[in-house]
Write a protein that binds this ligand. Structure first.
Ligand SMILES: NC(=O)c1ccc[n+]([C@@H]2O[C@H](COP(=O)([O-])OP(=O)(O)OC[C@H]3O[C@@H](n4cnc5c(N)ncnc54)[C@H](OP(=O)(O)O)[C@@H]3O)[C@@H](O)[C@H]2O)c1
Length: 291
């Protein structure tokens, strides 16, 4: 049995779909407060639904019973309820899950994290703490560190909206990022579910090419066939936001935007040797589906 925690999220739901499609058993952890439509979509995949919350260790002990492998994609950054925070969910909640899985005799754990960056923010320290706990556990593991998701960071939700002829970008827009499609992250996660020779792997993940945000704008203009007006959030404004942040979430968002401004190019040679997933979705391919 494979347990997916974060199953109602954009990445977790895709992982559930892929694992169910392979005909392998899937148990999806959902919360009483999870969106009923998302839960219904999971039920339609014939996955086993279990109720739980990362803040409730006992619910995790029950969810892990009889499970061979766990994948955790959960995070409070976008999907939050009362009492959820970077500390209670992304740090303590994920530590609870690693401990519960280890205690229940789970054999293998796949954790979704992101690459190390020399900017201090609470989401990053939470991810590193959970990675360390997982490395110390008795389980084999794969720590996947994808860089920026195409569907999130090049989407209207974050101000990148070429369909409406505008794009907000963070910093100068000159530094390249290896944007990765969430669907490809899901494919890597499913491949990492089966421990192979590289049982304990920490793998950075990116897409097939690195493009600066301004290059992404030019590409969107080509695909949409119309000009896009660019608005920059200056790096100094992001630094000020990072320093003045009122809470961990705001400081984490500012940290992530500073990380974007810095750029992040991932060399995929080692990752593709470990997990031969091909082809990967290009930014052009993504724009062609949305524009
Ligand atoms: N976005 C990026 O560019 C990027 C890049 C690298 C890595 N990542 C990582 O990718 C992962 C997946 O992101 P995503 O976009 O799929 O996130 P998402 O759509 O916001 O999904 C988050 C999931 O976490 C669940 N969750 C939140 N708090 C919980 C709690 N207390 N107990 C149990 N479940 C809880 C949510 O459940 P409910 O539906 O019940 O709220 C939801 O299923 C995250 O770990 C993120 O850090 C993201």
């Amino acid at each position: 049995m494979n347990l997916i925690v974060g199953a109602t999220g954009i990445l977790g739901s895709e992982i559930c779909r892929l694992v169910a499609e392979k005909g392998e058993p899937v148990r999806a952890l959902v919360r009483a407060t999870s969106d009923p439509d998302k839960v219904a979509r999971l039920k339609a995949l014939k996955v086993d639904i279990v109720a739980g919350d990362l803040k409730d260790r006992r619910s995790l002990d029950a969810a892990c019973r009889g499970v061979t492998a766990v994948v955790s994609t959960a995070s409070s950054t976008l999907s939050r309820q009362e009492g959820d925070s970077i500390e209670s969910v992304d740090r303590q909640g994920q530590l609870n899950l690693v401990d519960a899985a280890d205690a229940a005799g789970v054999k293998h754990f796949v954790l979704i994290s992101f690459p190390s960056v020399d900017i201090d923010f609470p989401l990053q320290s939470a991810k590193r703490a959970v990675e360390d706990r997982l490395r110390q556990s008795r389980m084999t593991y794969a720590i996947l560190q994808p860089t920026f998701f195409t569907e999130v960071w090049l989407s209207p939700a974050l101000g990148f909206d070429p369909a409406n002829a505008k794009a907000q970008i963070y910093g100068s827009g000159l530094n390249k990022i290896s944007w990765i499609s969430v669907r490809d992250v899901a494919r890597f996660a499913v491949a990492a579910l089966t421990p192979g020779q590289e049982a304990n792997a920490t793998v950075q993940l990116g897409g097939p090419e690195a493009l600066s945000p301004l290059e992404a704008v030019r590409l969107a203009e080509q695909v949409a066939g119309k000009p896009v007006a660019v608005q920059h959030v200056p790096e100094e404004a992001l630094r000020a936001q990072h320093t003045a942040a009122a809470d961990s979430l705001q400081r984490s968002f500012a940290g992530l935007m500073l990380y974007y401004a810095k750029g992040d190019v991932i060399d995929m040679t080692a990752a593709l040797r470990t997990f031969p997933i091909q082809p990967l979705t290009s930014v052009r391919g993504y724009f062609q589906t949305i524009l």
